[in-house]
Design a protein around this ligand. Sequence first.
Ligand SMILES: Cc1cc2nc3c(=O)[nH]c(=O)nc-3n(C[C@H](O)[C@H](O)[C@H](O)COP(=O)(O)OP(=O)(O)OC[C@H]3O[C@@H](n4cnc5c(N)ncnc54)[C@H](O)[C@@H]3O)c2cc1C
Length: 386
Amino acid sequence: METPPDYDVAILGAGPAGAACALALHGHGLRVVMVDKAMFPRDKVCGDAIPGLALKALRQLNPAWHAELLATLTPRADTRDSRVVAPNGRELRIRWQLPTFNSARLHFDDHLLNLVRRRTNTEIRESYAVRDVHTTAAGVQLLPTDSSVAPITARVLVACDGANSVAARCLTQRTIDKAYHCAAVRAYYSGIAEVDGTTTEFFFLHEYMAGYCWIFPVGNGVYNVGFGMLSEAVARQRVDLKKMLPQLLATHPELARRFAGAQQLSEVEGFGLPLGGRPRPLVGERYLLCGDAASLIDPLQGHGIDTAMQSGILAAQQVVRSCQQNNFNHAFLADYEQQIHHKISRKLARSYRLMRLVAPRPWLMNVGFALARQPLLKRWLLRVAG
Ligand SMILES: Cc1cc2nc3c(=O)[nH]c(=O)nc-3n(C[C@H](O)[C@H](O)[C@H](O)COP(=O)(O)OP(=O)(O)OC[C@H]3O[C@@H](n4cnc5c(N)ncnc54)[C@H](O)[C@@H]3O)c2cc1C
């Protein structure tokens, strides 16, 4: 790279991590470009439950942006309550502390990106698929799959390109570790019996314990229905998740009754979840990884939109310091890795240990549910489970 880089910061990926990073970079006078291979609105296979901590991160960044998102985002289902069904069929009702909602990612991610469009000077390049990433002493270069399109150069890269991150593959040689990876599928349904449109439901199953089935309302009478489990267990039990979901809905005693008159509105689609819980390199010379590209999904519950947004914001803060001091070396960027460790990864490691403890022992979960009938123990268990 002989000429000076085109931009100060390149954000690869415009999902929750990338959008939060772009929002947090606003006001620092940096030239920022954000690229995504998709044209928005774009779908993303997900449970569509937007964690309260994701909304809290946006509110802390700028309360007006949070209010703007809430005022414009439809359809969505405001949810505060969960119903969790243990392997033995016993149920637990939970009221979460933080207000939250579910929204199809088709809409949520588009609204978040619209905030970036409206409220920042970020240059957004859609339909820009990156096939390779190079870092040099002078900067970072993003090479597009379309060779007729010019590469992008920047002083530093914030990689937010999700579970199959090209950046993580090129820069850290990341491969899938099935002990720290989930596979999950979902489809949209309407006409499910005994739903109220505001409660999220989780079903743990005796025979597939390192995972759960979910029914999440997303507004307008539509439900995101899915199933996910640890990839290690998928391989060991030879489960075909795409076939298994409709079978489960047709045979599980409670679900079969409730889905008898339901309409399936979309294909069953699957995607991977890179789980947190063990140390990984998150920075190197001129780059930082965020969100799924940094494997920050909660191993117990499978949520990652919150950690994606939190890490995008922490990366932006680091990038501002780096640009101010013109220091992009590994040791300086390692401050971001430390922040992630303290604020996110330690909790994910606890979740991972808990998931590993409970997964082979359905009886333990049944006992936990029985204990949770005591209000004090329920509060403690909820704190432990995050
Ligand atoms: C089935 C399933 C259910 C889930 N349910 C939930 C849930 O209910 N709640 C929750 O909080 N989390 C859930 N998750 C996890 C959640 O989806 C992710 O943690 C979250 O999307 C991470 O955000 P991100 O910005 O890091 O990545 P993404 O949202 O994946 O965004 C990455 C972006 O990068 C772009 N990109 C990728 N590669 C390239 C490339 N080569 N060139 C250019 N652009 C590229 C993509 O187009 C995409 O827009 C679920 C995941 C799955 C698979």
